[in-house]
Design a protein around this ligand. Structure first.
Ligand SMILES: [Zn+2]
Length: 197
């Protein structure tokens, strides 16, 4: 029987690289795949793209309020064996529940690749529901520049760490914005300036 599976981590843990590798491996065995991503992720337009510029075309771009069980989408994935979803943290709670339903009602394996938390160190809506509903969870890790495991995605604007602002700002869309994976100690030190928030 199919499951809902989650791969999660900070920036630069190779989530999209893993997706592209999984896509390649499943395709090799002629498994029917559908690749989706939330429309709000404008990076690469209708492709998923890694930092090393590997990329593949997306079959379905998911609009913010889309019902994934509606005929429009169901007709596109109904013969798939696997659905892969990049940047799944940007989906809403209801959409994650729809993916869980697709896995268990239609026996289609759904694999989500997602950031755990936003630049303030809070779970994204999609990630929170993925933690609640995924049958399998796998953490992907990367080290902070100090050598400890990274926990946070710190936002840097024009080279300066910032602790407030709107939740979604896609890097690359805005040349001054970048995200840096930091461990807890470095986040407390560089971003929160040793204050509680
Ligand atoms: Zn550190």
């Amino acid at each position: 029987m199919a499951n809902l599976t989650l791969y999660y981590g900070t920036m630069e843990t190779g989530k999209t690289t893993k997706l592209i590798q999984d896509h390649y491996n499943y395709s090799k065995y002629l498994i029917k795949l559908i690749l989706m991503k939330p429309k709000v992720d404008t990076k690469g337009n209708n492709r998923v793209i890694t930092r090393t510029k590997e990329n593949i075309e997306v079959d379905i771009l998911i609009p913010k309020s889309a019902n994934l069980l509606s005929k429009k989408y169901f007709n596109k994935y109904k013969y798939a064996q696997f659905i892969l979803i990049d940047e799944a943290q940007f989906l809403n709670k209801k959409q994650i529940n729809e993916l869980w339903y697709i896995a268990h009602k239609y026996d289609i394996s759904v694999i989500c690749y997602a950031l755990k938390s936003n630049f303030k160190g809070e779970l994204f809506e999609g990630s929170a529901q993925l933690f609640a509903r995924s049958d399998e969870k796998h953490e992907l890790t990367v080290n902070c520049s100090c050598g400890k495991p990274a926990m946070f995605n710190a936002r840097r604007v024009n080279g300066k760490y910032i602790a407030s602002g709107k939740e979604v700002v896609i890097d690359g869309e805005n040349a001054e914005v970048e995200y840096i994976p930091l461990c807890s100690d470095c986040y407390l030190n560089f971003v929160l300036k040793n204050k509680i928030k």
